[in-house]
Every structure is written in structure tokens, then in C-alpha cells.
Design a protein around this ligand. Structure first.
Ligand SMILES: [Zn+2]
Ligand SMILES: [Zn+2]
Length: 256
């Protein structure tokens, strides 16, 4: 499985992009930087995009990719919970902010929404995808993405602490997990349902207790203004757990 990290952060700047990954060139996870990180030719190769929740940093490029594909006569399958689909239809592709690409062209609309239900596996673009509830606003889900070679990754999406229920449903070789803020912001992280390095450590310990191993770990969604201190704290967690923990960056490529 070939994984390209297009966006690794929770905010956009000259050097950072919002969360977005590409699996084997055709399956996108999140739409934080789908258009700004891919050429038009690469965008046309996309078959599907899978969304974890409705926050802007995760869905922002849905209108942009829809326009670009509409202009080339292509289309895309968008997978999310019904809540996220409704929010996008009501607030973005609503005919006021942007055209209703889910209705045009009439013969074959550019955007086709598909509803994901938690804990019901679905075959999406040749991958087995399992949505697993995590602890963030509303109905946020993380995704396990497996291929027929027995390779699997799990991406948490945005989440707060308390992932032990989630761990019971997944067995990835690669875990892509959010860490948004440094330890000094733990109170704010808990209020906004995000993780700090200290909270990451607790989640990884619970993973190891339940599953008997730790997967390769990559951290995403970091707040850029506090990144240097958060990175130092993540290194300390890696040392204590005696595992490598990589911090994702835009342009990173991985194979599992
Ligand atoms: Zn986010
Ligand atoms: Zn969020």
C-alpha cells in the first residue's frame, strides 16, 4: 500500500496543509488539501474520498475538487456519515456558496455521496474500509483501510482520549494518529477533544495492553505554532515506549 501525506496539519500556511492522505493514487482520506497538493491530472485519477467528520480542515477541498472534476467531465465518490453528507449539502454544495455538484450534470453528477455506517465494513476503491467511532465532536469516525495483501492502516481522524473501545476493532501495521497540542495545553485539548503527547502515550499503552503489540506510529494534525515543543514531547514518549514515532510532514511517502 502506497501512502502519500498531502497535508499533515490542522491549518494551512505557506509550508503546511490541512490533513489529507492519498492511498495508491486513487483513494483520498480527508479533503484538507486535495486540490492544492495535486495536479489536475492527479485529481482526475481520484476515484473516492473518505471523510472522518465535518470540520472545515477536513472537508474544505470538496467544493474545489468537485469544480475541477466537473470541468473535465469526471466524477468522484464521497464517503462519510449521513451527518457529514447533510452538512456539506446544506452549507457548501448548496447552490449559494457553490454549485450543487451532487445534482449536476443531471445524467451523471460530479459528486456521488455514499453513506458510511460505523462498524460495517465496505469495499471502497478496492480497499476494505471499516469506520470506527472515535472521541471527537458528533459522529466522528476513524478508518481502518486494509488491502488483499493483509496490510492495514488505521487513521484516527481527530480524537480525544479514551480509544480503548476503538482499538478492539482494529489491527493495523501502521497507525496514523492525531496529536494537536503540547502537554501544557492538555486542558484545552480535552475541552476540544484532541490529544497531547502525554495523552498519546496513554492511548498507545492501552493499545499495547489490548493487542499485545504496537504498530508503526505516525503523528498528524499538529498545531504549527506549538510544533517544536510538541515534537520534543513526542520524542520523549517514543523513548519511554521504546518505539519510533514519526511526525508526518507534507510530501511524506510511505509503503506498508
Ligand atoms: Zn481537524
Ligand atoms: Zn475536528
Amino acid at each position: 500500500m502506497d501512502i502519500r501525506i498531502l497535508g499533515a496539519h490542522n491549518c494551512e500556511s505557506l509550508t503546511t496543509s490541512c490533513v489529507c492522505f492519498l492511498i495508491n493514487d486513487t483513494l483520498a482520506i480527508e479533503a484538507g488539501s486535495l486540490t492544492s497538493s495535486l495536479s489536475i491530472e492527479e485529481q482526475r485519477k481520484l476515484n473516492a474520498v473518505v471523510l472522518t467528520h465535518q470540520h472545515f480542515d477536513h472537508i474544505r477541498d470538496i467544493p474545489g475538487i468537485a469544480l475541477n472534476l466537473f470541468r473535465c467531465g469526471a466524477s468522484i465518490q464521497v464517503y462519510s456519515t449521513a451527518v457529514v453528507r447533510d452538512i456539506i449539502e446544506t452549507n457548501l454544495l448548496n447552490g449559494e456558496i457553490y454549485p450543487q455538484f451532487q445534482k449536476i450534470p443531471e445524467t451523471k453528477p460530479t459528486v456521488h455521496f455514499n453513506i458510511i455506517k460505523p462498524l460495517e465494513p465496505q469495499l471502497i476503491d478496492g480497499h476494505n474500509i471499516l469506520a470506527v467511532p472515535v472521541n471527537h465532536f458528533g459522529t466522528t469516525v476513524g478508518y481502518q483501510i486494509s488491502d488483499d495483501q493483509g496490510k492495514a492502516i488505521f487513521y484516527t481522524g481527530d480524537t480525544g482520549s479514551g480509544l480503548s473501545d476503538c482499538w478492539r476493532h482494529v489491527s493495523p501495521q501502521l497507525l496514523i494518529i492525531e496529536v494537536t497540542l503540547p502537554d501544557e495545553c492538555e486542558l484545552f485539548a480535552r475541552e476540544t477533544s484532541h490529544l497531547t503527547p502525554h495523552m498519546l502515550e496513554q492511548e498507545l499503552v492501552s493499545f499495547r495492553e489490548l493487542k499485545g503489540y504496537l504498530p508503526q506510529v505516525i503523528v498528524v494534525h499538529m498545531d504549527i505554532s506549538l510544533e517544536s515543543i510538541t515534537k520534543k514531547e513526542i520524542s520523549a514518549v517514543a523513548g519511554r515506549l521504546d518505539i519510533p514515532i514519526a511526525v508526518a510532514h507534507e510530501g511524506m511517502r510511505l509503503k506498508i
